[in-house]
Design a protein around this ligand. Structure first.
Ligand code: ACM
Ligand code: ZN
Length: 756
């Protein structure tokens, strides 16, 4: 017994820095390839001495220092002996692989490249606990993809260099190593070009009172009582006549500073100055660059550059020459997306170019421009990257294609078949603009190599997250869009999300969000669950929320007004007896506000069941119509394409293209009660029960969930579900159970008449 006590004491002493070290390892994102918890922990001294084998790696110490508690400093020097050693290991890859060993005595980080050192430091930053200790661990880790990218559009709305640098720090923290800087577009030119000063003197500024993005943002600020939609003071100025202007740009000095900072984080900066489309600001400043001398909008996109004009080519090359000087990296992005090629059809100069170069048409002219620019890039020792439109009309196999058009998978297939390397940022997963309560799970489901032949997979360089900022005027708003979905993309790019269940990932996300909150970062606060968009009650309704994690406050109103930090606080489940519109909003401990959730509560008696004579079969009938409209009402007026008997509510096999679907039958309700229905669709859908709309998810839109309740008596109730889509949509429909779990309708609940 005495011996046992002694052993126990020894174990307690060994674990003096945490009773159960294996459990005390903070959640890591992305998940490392292998992690062995050790016993005990390393306690940070007031001065952490770091010995680095390679002097060029010393800047990584600063990345670590920024996350240390106040009062702790890092003294980094070249050498071999210190409590924290960073050593080169030739056996590790050069794209981010590292080995990290933390014991009670010290820290040892091995890497094969500077990127590996930063990745190891990023892990260390996440391992650091609030009490200044780091749990003992052995980690061996390496990335799945060499390119782990993030694109920020600073043209639609401008972000200061300080904001960009703050974001870069977070990108490194989540092991991103490419920053794609979208510097010019129709709405703003953000980089100083000394040869063309008008680009920033005029092209960086606009009148916000007439600009549609700014007008919408100020409407949203008002409607949602959300200051993060207001144009920041720092990006406003008055011109000589006193008119208010919005904008901003980076001087070449600013650019050098950001590039140097990114380099210290192991991040390559890939600049994009979008050409020959998305060039309205350039054309407005230098009208001779366009075919017509006017800067305007065409049928779909804006006035492009005139490619028949040699002076335009000189402009493009002159601009990029200055860009090459500022960005020392091998890859530079030409853009080349969404070009209004019709302008070239009517331009004698462009037509002359097409004839002289023996090109087939305007598509060929765009391809000629890309080839011409690629040649120029190559002469300057750079590789060209372009959006996937560069595959149109013939492409050199040395350009890197950034695939974004999810609805055109053939462009990706063609690029790979052509021998090109590609990076993936499909709208479906990588675009961070729109989001809803399902978006995190959706992004986490992204498998970049799905459908890509094994022999071509090595040419998938990596994965990006893209933030376009039309309706993102502030850094706070940007963070709302970026986090937490960036965590999902970090994991997809680093280790692949397929090895972890979403629920387990979500729990790691929540612990990172808590840290974000403490550190004053904004993010999309996860929604509580428990409300449908439309709720029914017979006598009274019980409002009960399931919270994503503790420490959140919910505030609400019942008069339809926007809840703010002074509205009534949700203290726990409560009862509603009157019809009302309930609006709720979550606030974090630091005051970050979530999305406003709106739930309508209506009184409704239980609907009587229907007497149906004759035998019914399981499932529903589904009718497919060749439908191209934008709402569900007109579906069955379109030409008939096919009829099916189905056992669930999904797009039947073989149904594609213009889809209008009408599902019909009965729902066999097991007992009297309030039932919650949902649809999750792209585009629209409507669920009717006994002829009344229960879920209204109508209209042309991307993936959205809508839900609604119906008070139903036991027995059969007529069910009708309408759905439409025109480019590869999604259809999920079913019931939400009392725990909030969405389930497709059980096969036995669906009934139809065979001969219907
Ligand atoms: C893009 O979203 N236009 C690349
Ligand atoms: Zn032209």
């Amino acid at each position: 017994m005495k011996r046992l006590l002694l052993l126990l004491c020894a174990a307690c002493c060994l674990a003096a820095c945490g009773k159960a070290p294996a459990e005390a390892v903070p959640d890591l994102i992305p998940r490392p390839a292998s992690l062995q918890p050790g016993s005990g922990c390393f306690r940070l001294p007031a001065t952490l001495e770091l010995a680095c084998a390679d002097s060029t790696w010393l800047p990584a110490a600063e990345f670590l220092r920024r996350s240390l508690p106040d009062g702790v400093t890092v003294e980094a020097a070249c050498g071999a002996k210190a409590p924290f050693t960073v050593v080169r290991s030739e056996g590790l890859d050069t794209i981010g692989g590292y080995r990290l060993s933390v014991t009670r005595r010290g820290i040892r980080l091995e890497a094969g490249s500077y990127g590996g050192v930063i990745a190891g430091m990023a892990t260390l930053r996440q391992l650091l606990r609030s009490d200044g200790t780091i749990p003992a661990v052995e980690i061996e880790d390496a990335p799945r993809f060499a390119w782990r990218g993030f694109m920020l559009d600073v043209a639609r709305h401008f972000f200061t260099k300080e904001e960009v640098m703050a974001l870069l720090d977070r990108l490194a923290q989540y092991k991103f190593n490419k920053f794609h800087w979208h510097l010019t577009d129709d709405q703003g030119w953000r980089i100083e070009i000394k040869r063309y000063p008008e680009l920033t003197a005029r092209g960086a500024w606009r009148d916000p009172s007439t600009h549609n993005h700014d007008i919408r943002c100020s409407e949203l600020a008002r409607e949602l009582r959300d200051a993060s939609y207001r144009l920041p003071e720092q990006n406003l100025r008055r011109d000589e006549e006193g008119r208010l202007l919005y904008g901003g740009y980076y001087t070449q000095e600013d650019i050098r500073e950001v590039v140097a900072y990114a380099a210290s984080l192991g991040i390559d900066v890939i600049p994009e100055l979008d050409m020959p489309g998305h060039s309205l600001r350039a054309v407005a400043c230098y009208p001779e660059l366009s075919c017509t001398g006017r800067a305007e909008w065409g049928k779909t996109f804006s006035t492009p550059l005139c490619l028949g004009n040699d002076a335009t080519l000189d402009f493009c090359k002159g601009v990029y020459e200055e860009v090459f000087d500022l960005f020392p990296y091998a890859y530079v992005h030409l853009g080349a997306d969404e070009v209004e090629k019709r302008n070239w059809e009517h331009c004698p100069k462009c037509q002359q170019r097409i004839a002289r170069e023996g090109l087939t048409d305007e598509k060929g002219l765009q391809a000629w421009f890309v080839r011409e620019m690629e040649h120029f890039f190559n002469e300057h020792g750079r590789h060209l990257v372009g959006w996937d439109e560069i595959t149109d009309g013939g492409l050199s196999p040395t350009a890197v294609v950034q695939w974004w058009r999810s609805w055109l998978p053939q462009t990706l297939d063609e690029a790979l078949a052509n021998g090109n390397s590609v990076v993936l940022s499909p709208v479906e997963f990588s675009y961070l603009s729109a989001q809803n309560s399902r978006s995190l799970a959706k992004v986490y489901g992204f498998e970049p190599l799905a459908g890509i032949p094994e022999e071509e997979a090595s040419r998938v360089l990596g994965v990006y997250a893209n933030l376009w900022t039309e309706f993102v005027p502030t850094f706070e708003r940007a963070c709302f869009h970026i986090f937490p979905r960036l965590f999902a993309l970090s994991e997809i790019a680093w280790c692949g999300s397929g090895q972890d269940e979403f629920e387990s990932f979500r729990s790691r996300v929540n612990s990172h969000l808590k840290r974000f909150d403490e550190e004053g970062w904004n993010f999309r606060v996860p929604d509580p669950d428990g409300l449908c968009d439309r709720n029914e009650f017979v006598d009274s309704a019980r409002v009960e929320l399931r919270m994503p994690f503790e420490g959140l406050t919910v505030r609400y109103t019942t008069d339809g007004s926007m809840p703010d930090s002074a509205s009534t606080r949700y203290e726990g489940p409560f009862t509603l007896r009157e019809e009302c519109t309930l609006r709720m909003r979550v606030f974090t401990a630091a005051g970050n506000a979530g999305e406003v959730m709106t739930a309508r509560y209506v009184h409704h008696p239980l609907r009587e069941a229907e007497e149906v004579s004759g035998a019914l079969a399981d499932g529903l009938t589904a009718t497919w119509y060749d439908y191209r409209g934008t709402d569900c009402a007109g579906i069955d007026a379109a030409p008939l394409k096919g009829r099916y008997e189905v056992t669930d509510v999904r797009i039947p096999e073989g149904v594609s293209g213009n889809i209008g679907l009408l599902f019909e039958g009965w729902l066999d309700i097991p007992e009297d009660g309030i039932y919650s229905f949902y649809t999750y669709t792209d585009d629209g859908s409507v669920v009717k029960v006994d002829g009344e709309t229960v879920v209204d998810n109508d209209g042309a839109h991307s993936r959205i969930e809508r839900s609604g309740q119906a008070a139903l008596r036991k027995g059969l109730h007529r069910l009708e579900i309408r759905y439409f889509d025109s480019n590869g949509g999604i259809l999920e429909a079913g019931l939400i159970d009392s725990a909030g779990v969405r389930r497709p309708f059980a096969a036995g609940m669906l009934k139809h008449r065979r001969d219907a």
